[in-house]
Design a protein around this ligand. Structure first.
Ligand SMILES: [Zn+2]
Length: 105
């Protein structure tokens, strides 16, 4: 679907900037992206299945940035974080929905 195709993805200072094929623009903060990380471990932490359930502090997010964005197939990107976390694979559809959710608030 055309709507879910990015034409440019750029790492900003505190957010990921995405230009979409349908000319929509997204700016997703690193904090939001990391909080919504779709990997199994983060998902378990969010849903409190993780017995330790340690949520990061505000400081953690202030110092967090992206060190790399790797394309995964034709439908997703892997985000590599400055703390070494790299298991989150974000589909373009997920990123677009996140962006529309964030701007609706
Ligand atoms: Zn994760």
């Amino acid at each position: 679907m055309q709507k879910f195709r990015p034409t440019h993805i750029k790492r900003g200072d505190t957010s990921l900037e995405i230009q979409w094929k349908d000319s929509h623009q997204s700016e997703l903060s690193y904090r939001l992206l990391r909080q919504k990380c779709p990997c199994a471990r983060c998902d378990a932490t969010r849903s409190e299945k993780d017995p330790f359930h340690i949520l990061p502090s505000d400081d953690f997010f202030e110092n967090l940035h992206l060190v790399d964005i790797q394309q995964v197939g034709r439908y997703a990107v892997r985000l590599v974080w400055s703390d070494g976390h790299r298991t989150g694979i974000y589909t373009f559809q997920f990123l677009r929905e996140l962006s529309e959710e964030a701007s609706a608030i």
